[in-house]
Ligand binder design. Structure first.
Ligand code: GRF
Length: 204
C-alpha cells in the first residue's frame, strides 16, 4: 500500500494534528497528500495549511446528490494518489461511491468503545448510560454507521463528577495516541478482514 493519506475533517482537526505530529516526529512513516473538509470554516484546514499540506473544501450544496458528492470526494482523493483515507471528525455518512473507490481503505475514529454508543454524542451517551469505562475506537469504515471492523481501541475510566467535557477530554488524549498508531498498523502489518473482524497474524 502506498503511504499517501487523505484526511477528511469537519471541524477543529485535533486528530488531524495528532497525525501531522506523529509524521513530524518520525513515529508514522506516511505523507498526508490532501486534507478535505466539508465545511469552509473547519479549523482543521488551517492546521493543514500551516503544515504545508494541500487542502480542498467540498460542500454538499454544490452537488446535486449525496452520490455526486461522494463521487467528487473520491475524485479529489484519487487525484492526490491517496491510498488510505482517514476520517477525522468528518461528520457525514460515507456512501457507496467513496466506499467502492477505497474498499477496506477508509479508517474512522470514534469516541466510544464500539459497538457501544455509535452515532452522535457518544461521550454523552456513555455518561447517560452510566458506564464506568469509556474509550475510543479506530475502525475500518463500512456502510454500517460506526460498525466496521475494529483496528484498535483504548479505554479510559469514567470518574465521579465527569461532565461531557471532562470525559471527552480524557478520551481525546487516547484518540490522539491510537489514531496514528492504527494508521501505522494498517500500513505496515499484514492484516485481513475475517467476517467483521480485523485480523493480524499472531506474533512469531
Ligand atoms: C473526535 O472526538 C472524533 O472521535 C469524532 O469527532 C471528534 C473530532 O475531533 N469522530 P477533532 O476534529 O479531530 O478535534
Amino acid at each position: 500500500m502506498s503511504r499517501r493519506l487523505g484526511v477528511l475533517i469537519s471541524g477543529r482537526g485535533s486528530n488531524l494534528q495528532s497525525i501531522l505530529d506523529a509524521i513530524a516526529r518520525g513515529d508514522l512513516q506516511a505523507t498526508i497528500a490532501v486534507v478535505i473538509a466539508n465545511k469552509p470554516a473547519a479549523a482543521g484546514l488551517m492546521r493543514a495549511r500551516d503544515a504545508g499540506v494541500p487542502t480542498a473544501c467540498l460542500t454538499q450544496k454544490d452537488y446535486a446528490s449525496r452520490e455526486a458528492y461522494d463521487a467528487a470526494l473520491a475524485g479529489v482523493l484519487r487525484a492526490h494518489d491517496v491510498d488510505l483515507v482517514c476520517l477525522a471528525g468528518f461528520m457525514r455518512l460515507v456512501g457507496a461511491p467513496l466506499l467502492d473507490a477505497f474498499p477496506n481503505r477508509i479508517l474512522n475514529i470514534h469516541p466510544s468503545l464500539l459497538p457501544a454508543f455509535p452515532g452522535l454524542d457518544a461521550q454523552r451517551q456513555a455518561l447517560e448510560h452510566g458506564v464506568k469505562i469509556a474509550g475510543a475506537t479506530v475502525h475500518l469504515v463500512t456502510s454500517e454507521l460506526d460498525g466496521g471492523p475494529i483496528v484498535l481501541q483504548a479505554a479510559v475510566p469514567v470518574l465521579p463528577g465527569d461532565t461531557v467535557e471532562t470525559l471527552s477530554a480524557r478520551i481525546l488524549v487516547e484518540e490522539h495516541r491510537i489514531y496514528p498508531q492504527a494508521i501505522g498498523l494498517v500500513l505496515d502489518q499484514a492484516w485481513q478482514v475475517d467476517g467483521r473482524r480485523f485480523v493480524t497474524p499472531p506474533a512469531a
